[in-house]
Ligand binder design. Structure first.
Ligand code: PDD
Length: 284
């Protein structure tokens, strides 16, 4: 994948190759930053409000202050999408604690670095129809997975393992044998017509797609239970899927080589996927 054409950084729109921050940026040194990824589908920013609200929450949790620039974000996101000529793709936003001499505690009088980039991606993703396989990996992340932090070495390792196994996602398994979530998505299973997904506490990221899908489930009066589930339960499920910006609702056909249900995308998953896409396509 080539670099984005145009990247916004601290008030400037720069050529992708020229958009540089100092090596003393806190995210470069410590992973001390927060990010968001928003899907762009037919020029519409999908679930924009939810993503910006979660950004506010993450920033507050780690005490990074974006100041008055927060108000401009909607405009800036659209500018970056337009300047990169994105119809379908992803817009990426990152806020770091800023550039300062290396010291662990918060540096005084440091201004946050704000970066926004966007790139094209086929959306809805083709894998939404074909499904993906997943593998399970040990959960090795920290205890505040609800914060959308740029410290993501554990997810990088999980995704690398998934790539080596030629599968689309890695589901992380906690020490108690339950699935937390995918490396970059939330995990769902369906058994006997009931949807099961883990409650959104500190152990997982409260996915914005997850929240939109939950609203659709409620509208359709489909039974939903929010509880944790084990790897064995997942392998014995009738259907399984992931949610995330960019993944939307993507069926899971195999977990660790075990076929889920028929080993093909399930009917309820397909129905939810279509309903989710309709929910924002109607506004386009
Ligand atoms: N990841 N869980 C994790 C660990 C995630 O990184 C993501 C999103 C999700 C789904 O959240 P949402 O529905 O708000 O996208 C769940 C993004 C897409 C990424 O890192 O690229």
């Amino acid at each position: 994948m080539s670099l984005p054409h145009t990247i916004y950084i601290n008030g400037q729109y720069l050529d992708g190759a020229d958009a540089l921050v100092s090596v003393m940026d806190r995210a470069f040194l410590f992973g001390d930053g927060i990010y968001e990824v928003i899907a762009v589908c037919q020029n519409t920013l999908v679930d924009e409000d939810g993503h910006l609200q979660r950004l506010d929450r993450s920033l507050a949790q780690v005490q990074i202050d974006l100041g008055t620039r927060r108000k401009a974000l909607g405009f800036l996101l659209r500018q970056v999408v337009r300047r990169n000529r994105i119809i379908d793709g992803l817009v990426y936003l990152q806020v770091t604690r800023g550039t300062a001499a290396r010291d662990f505690h918060f540096p005084p009088n440091t201004v946050a670095n704000l970066m926004i980039a966007a790139w094209a991606k086929q959306l809805p993703p083709p894998s939404g129809k074909t499904g993906i396989k997943v593998i399970t990996v040990d959960e090795i992340r920290w205890q505040r997975r609800d914060i959308k932090s740029t410290s993501m070495l554990a997810q990088v390792l999980a995704k690398q393992k998934a790539a080596e196994h030629n599968v689309g996602e890695a589901w992380q398994v906690d020490t108690d044998g339950t699935i937390t979530e995918g490396a970059s998505s939330n995990a769902w299973i369906i058994k006997d017509g009931t949807l099961i997904t883990r409650p959104a506490n500190h152990q997982i990221l409260k996915g914005i797609t997850r929240m939109s899908v939950r609203a659709i489930i409620e509208n359709h009066q489909i039974p939903l239970v929010e509880r944790s589930f084990t790897r064995e339960e997942a392998r014995a499920a009738d259907e399984a899927f992931i949610t995330g910006a960019g993944a939307f609702i993507t069926p899971v056909t195999h977990i660790d080589d075990t076929p889920i249900g028929t080993g093909k995308p399930g009917p309820l998953t397909a129905k939810l996927r279509d309903a989710y896409i309709d929910s924002f396509s109607a506004h386009a």
